[in-house]
Design a protein around this ligand. Sequence first.
Ligand code: UDX
Length: 454
Amino acid sequence: DESPLRVSVIGTGYLGATHAAAVAEMGFTVIGVDTDPAKIAALEEGEVPFYEPGLPELIRKNIAAGRLSFTTDLGAAVAASDIHFICVGTPQQASSHAADLSFVEGATRAVAAALTHDGLIVGKSTVPVGTAQRLRDMVDAMVPTSLHVELDWNPEFLREGYAVEDTLRPDRIVIGGASPWAEGMLRRLYGPAIEAGAPVVTCDLPTAELVKVSANAFLATKISFINAIAEVCEKAGADVTTLADAIGYDARIGRRFLNAGLGFGGGCLPKDIRALTHRAGELGALQAVGLMQQVDEINMGQRQRVVELAMSTCPVNILNARVAVLGVAFKPDTDDVRDSPALNVAAALHLRGALVSVYDPEANATAKRSFPTLTYAASMEAAVTGADLVLVLTEWPEIAGADPEVLGRLVAHRAIVDARRCLPAQAWRDAGWHTATLGSAETEAPRARRVVAA
Ligand code: UDX
């Protein structure tokens, strides 16, 4: 059957909004569904409730082309579609490290209840291994035998800030649990990406679920590995950036995700390693539990180490010290502050009595919503004016490329902590700054050097 595929996307957060727009861009008719009427109203106007480069343009273009629409009416969307993607969130439970599956379960149940004709339910959310089979059993029990309905898993690997690119040109497409009929439909849907060279991995449901979680766990492990080595570098007088460059030339290792510093945050990596730890424990896979706990501990330890470095570098007592925080998003190119290491450090210094002034090119507003008691500055210059200490906590190009002379004229003391190792340290020292960072020897004796800096 070569009739055009019609698609519903349940959940219009980061994942769903991007997926809906990308599938429409590939030429299919897509309806995005969400329970939040304000979100749907905004998306209908082509307004995206978060910062994601290129996404508003892609949404507007496909709405105008008549391929993309949004609704709160799940039943109508399901009745008008052949493939139903489940793109709702799986946040960490408040009470434990396990993933909260209530949204995924609720959305799948709602789709199954609304089905009027044959179709494919495809989970994209990140879930603990074993979830998809349970959902499949639930759907099978709900749907009348007269309908041909199948539930498969097709995890998503998009990065915030590159969501559009990652969705249109994925590194790989993983299809879990699909019958030949379902695989054929998904290969048609992803045709343009497959033709452009994306490899397709077909597998069973548990493998598909675990591919996603292990990919994020591996990335997290790379970061915690280099942060562990960074501490050795400090003690030994070595330089972790040069070391990462050198080991990264080995193609088996690779240079990416070996940037030492404040560690990882965001809505995925931290929660995914915790959910994996929890699930591996349930399954009795204790080696994975131990490894993931270490990765998490090293990562959280980096935040503490930056707080301590800030206090030892600050030329005045931290109580009432004016601290400028440059960058508060969990990484550049996003306004997301979920589990942001930068916001964590800013908050910790605030709680120790520092007067913290924050500047982020995009995340001031989101940070203010989750931490209203910090001061938010409209520019980098405004944030550093009168500062006793400057902290670079997110490596936005604007911040990494700041002029040490210009900022130097505004601050009270030329002292800076580069927690992302993104500044040209020598240029800052030449401009009379005392610089401190994790991962090289200059961290070792900040107090002794402060005299020179002040
Ligand atoms: C991640 C995965 O990359 C993506 O494939 C998955 O679908 C969702 O989770 P994202 O959360 O957008 O994407 O962020 P990512 O770019 O992976 O960065 C995660 C964190 O690691 C950031 O806080 C970043 O600052 C930190 N990081 C990254 C480092 O500390 N060092 C590095 O070398 C790389």
